[in-house]
Ligand binder design. Structure first.
Ligand code: SF4
Ligand code: SF4
Length: 164
């Protein structure tokens, strides 16, 4: 049975709120869809599940580097090669969906794990705050707020937008 990472974003937010300088490991899924930078599973999850997809998105309007745009599904996409880590988008987002450490660590490759590799998966889980990540053979379970981000990653979070 396929082994996956299950990352609980609600618990992760609580851990970050408790300890602001917490270094949360990042992870990319190789072959990553976007190799111009390290697009992390947490960032993908936040924009897919927690973001309200505001019609006139204030995050996009506030970005001085034109680094944010919506894709064809209305999901925010941050171009890491343009982002200057000013955090204007974090400050202006009325729902506080983004985690500021995205912008602090996005060029720190030491914090990244390749989740196509079982050993790296185990190291990623060990590096996460206790209780926020596990390796599982479970599948997507929307009734439990568990969603499939990709073949190897399940995200547990409150989903604000019901996709058709
Ligand atoms: S942190 Fe990056 S994406 Fe956000 S407003 Fe600043 S430049 Fe734009
Ligand atoms: S302002 Fe916040 S909730 Fe609205 S689209 Fe931007 S990130 Fe999503």
């Amino acid at each position: 049975m396929a082994q996956r990472i299950l990352l609980d974003m609600t618990k992760l937010r609580a851990a970050l709120a408790e300890k602001h300088d917490l270094q949360v490991p990042e992870a990319v899924f190789y072959p990553a869809p976007n190799r111009e930078g390290l697009r992390t599973i947490r960032e993908l999850a936040v924009f897919r599940y927690a973001c309200r997809r505001c019609e006139d998105a204030p995050c996009i309007a506030s970005c001085p580097a034109e680094a944010l745009e919506k894709d064809e599904e209305g999901i925010i996409n941050r171009h890491l090669n343009l982002c200057v880590s000013c955090k204007s988008c974090v400050t202006i987002c009325p729902f506080g969906t983004m985690m500021t450490d995205f912008f602090k660590h996005h060029r720190n490759k030491d914090l990244y794990y390749d989740l196509t590799d079982m050993e790296e998966m185990a190291k990623f889980v060990a590096a996460c705050p206790p209780g926020t990540a596990e390796i599982t053979d479970r599948k997507e379970s929307p009734e439990e707020n568990i969603f499939r981000l990709n073949d190897r990653i399940l995200i547990k979070d409150i989903k604000y937008i019901n996709e058709k």
